[in-house]
Design a protein around this ligand. Structure first.
Ligand code: MG
Length: 159
């Protein structure tokens, strides 16, 4: 049996914050604003995993009003989501994702991001696709005011 999940996320970008995507710190003039480390990609993948089994969303599991998650490493959220998926005897088939940000260019960091996500989820890197694009100067993302991420995940169970 297969199930599919979809997740997305957006974070405001401001000078003086760190930009972390897929757990990888990326040198940037502006960083992402959020309660945790504001890692839009890990949040989108976490939401996709939770969605695949209709387990709610990242906010229902890790409230942004909970002091416990202030500046939290978002790998914690992703690990928790994959544990829930594995508890139901499902395993990830593959993940596809897109990061949309005007600058900096994410391409030089893609392989490191894929490796890092593969380590967090304990699946091979060839099951993880990470793509990056700009928003062509349009809207808040295109004007450099936000970073967005989207992810789809396919999970399978073979018993
Ligand atoms: Mg988020």
């Amino acid at each position: 049996m297969f199930k599919i999940g979809f997740g997305n996320d957006i974070h405001r970008l401001e000078v003086g914050r760190k930009l972390i995507l897929g757990g990888v710190p990326i040198p940037s003039e502006k960083g992402a604003v959020g309660h945790s480390d504001a890692d839009a990609l890990l949040h989108a993948i976490t939401d996709a995993l939770l969605g695949s089994l209709a387990l709610g969303d990242i906010g229902s599991h890790f409230s942004d009003r909970d002091e416990k998650w202030k500046d939290a490493d978002s790998a914690v959220f992703l690990r928790s989501a994959i544990e829930l998926v594995r508890a139901e005897q499902f395993e990830i088939e593959n993940i596809d994702s897109i990061i949309t940000i005007e600058q900096p260019k994410i391409k030089p960091y893609i392989s490191e991001i894929r490796e890092n996500v593969s380590n967090i989820l304990m699946i091979s890197v060839d099951r993880i696709s990470v793509k990056a694009k700009t928003h062509e100067g349009l809207d808040s993302v295109g004007l450099g005011g936000a970073v967005k991420a989207e992810a789809v995940v396919l999970i399978g169970r073979f018993n």
